[in-house]
Design a protein around this ligand. Structure first.
Ligand code: ADP
Length: 445
């Protein structure tokens, strides 16, 4: 596990979602997000609830007391600093704790309280008298499984009789024994082995199955299949709970396979808006010229915080070192860095210790940094075909909430081709227009 310094939140939350192409990337993004997060992500949208039985009353709770938790568990929840259920928890918790058990599929962006919700559900579900595994939770990677375990351990501080085991590679168990831990959390491969090959767990006795990060899970065929195989071992009375940050068609098809007759809870991401962002483009000739233009901007960059986006790692490290040579202080966030290193850089940026962050295109796709007031697209966002990537552009510069702080976006144009990209982006973001500047830009805050 990676230790991260946890301090009081002084700046608004930032969220990183490097939307990479492989499961490894996705899982790493998710881990970085977890490592840097200290508070709930704000979301003012309404929760959408689809009940399996639409005639049954819809329960939602405004306090943890209403859930009738044991005093020990309630104490654990408050001890974590949770005062009231989050948006998604208001509806998800009563469903997960209902009798008879109900299946649930829940989708909301990362940071909205899903892990805390199912951790609470598992802790509340176990019968400590019974010394066998009752709750099984699977997660895409070793590190993510450990993160969940930490939440369970912390929330269960005052429930010493609840025991937890980690079904992760390297955690060797003797064949032939049966685990006494009521909760097992692990990765699909090891958990499947523990259920089938080693028989450490009796799948017939599992009464709650949690599948976390379904979208990340299905990005690997192996994990997808192992999850389904674990699911097949379970009885039909076992309560199935599935969580995902996104809900594309493929996630949905998978979810339906592992969660029969589900209740469904969805919380839409807050819309990003460009209303408060002024957008510019600067005409340059080549990268040295872009650099000169960036240096002109530098005074403005450091007034608040700025992010500079490049297309490749090579370009990002070239730019960062050139800026440093010029005597500027910048931080580099790049894809080849270890997760812990990345988290540390983001943390420093978040705390205002770094004012300027240079980042690679892949690494930065989808970073939402609310406190950043200036975004420089040193290279414009393009997709694999080299066409304008409008979605990434919006993610880079968009703000959540109508009353988001004012911001600026500066796009460096260095060829006819990149001019076409700027035009395409401008055309796409209908309600905003771009202002053209030639080299010297003065941004008035
Ligand atoms: P997700 O699983 O959706 O990414 P988490 O459960 O990890 O979200 O929660 C995100 C952050 O919010 C964590 O730091 C967690 O401790 C905190 N959190 C979760 N639920 C609550 C709550 N009800 N009140 C306050 N903070 C919460």
């Amino acid at each position: 596990a990676v230790a991260v310094d946890v301090q009081e939140a002084t700046t608004p939350s930032i969220q990183v979602s490097f939307r990479g192409d492989t499961r490894g990337d996705l899982a790493e993004q998710s881990l970085v997000n977890k490592l840097i997060r200290r508070a709930l992500v704000r979301n003012r949208n309404e929760v959408e609830v689809l009940q399996r039985d639409p005639r049954s009353p819809l329960y939602s709770v405004k306090s943890f007391e209403e859930l009738r938790l044991t005093p020990e568990l309630l104490r654990g929840v408050y001890n974590m600093g949770f005062n009231r259920p989050s948006r998604i928890q208001e509806n998800a918790l009563p469903m997960m704790l209902a009798q008879p058990p109900q299946n649930l599929i829940a989708q909301s962006q990362s940071g909205t309280g899903k892990t805390a919700a199912f951790s609470l559900a598992m802790l509340s579900h176990v019968n400590t008298e019974n010394k066998w595994t009752q709750c099984l939770c699977i997660s895409p990677t070793y590190e993510l499984a450990l993160q969940i375990g930490q939440v369970i351990e912390q929330m269960g501080t005052f429930c010493p009789d609840v025991k937890l085991a980690y079904g992760i590679r390297g955690n060797r168990m003797n064949r032939g024994i049966k685990l006494q831990e009521q909760i097992v959390i692990g990765t699909p491969g090891t958990v499947l082995d523990w259920c089938t090959k080693y028989k450490l767990i009796d799948p017939n006795k599992i009464t709650m199955f949690v599948l976390d990060e379904a979208d990340v899970m299905i990005a690997t065929q192996g994990h997808r299949d192992q999850s389904i195989r674990i699911h097949r071992q379970l009885t039909k009375d076992c309560q199935m709970l599935l969580f995902s940050a996104t809900f594309e068609e493929s996630v949905w098809r998978f979810a339906e396979q592992v969660v029969p007759d589900p209740n469904i809870i969805k919380l839409k991401r807050e819309e990003e808006t460009l209303d408060t962002i002024k957008q510019f483009y600067v005409i340059c000739n080549e990268k040295e010229d872009k650099f000169a233009s960036l240096c002109n901007l530098y005074g403005s960059l450091t007034i608040a915080q700025a992010m500079i986006f490049c297309h490749t790692r090579k370009m990002a490290s070239w730019l960062a070192s050139k800026l440093i040579t010029e005597g500027h202080q910048v931080a580099l966030l790049s894809g080849e860095m270890e997760v812990a290193q990345r988290a540390a850089v983001i943390e420093r940026f978040k705390n205002g210790k770094e004012k300027v962050l240079v980042t690679t295109n892949v690494c930065s796709r989808g970073i939402d940094v609310e406190q950043v007031s200036l975004v420089v697209n040193f290279d414009l966002p393009v997709n694999m075909e080299g066409m304008a990537d409008n979605e990434t552009y919006l993610h880079r510069i968009g703000r959540t909430g109508r009353f988001g702080r004012r911001g600026f976006a500066v796009n460096m144009v260095d060829s006819d081709c990149s001019m076409d990209i700027v035009k395409a982006i401008e055309h796409h973001s209908v309600c905003s227009c771009f202002f053209q500047f030639n080299h010297t830009i003065v941004l008035v805050y």
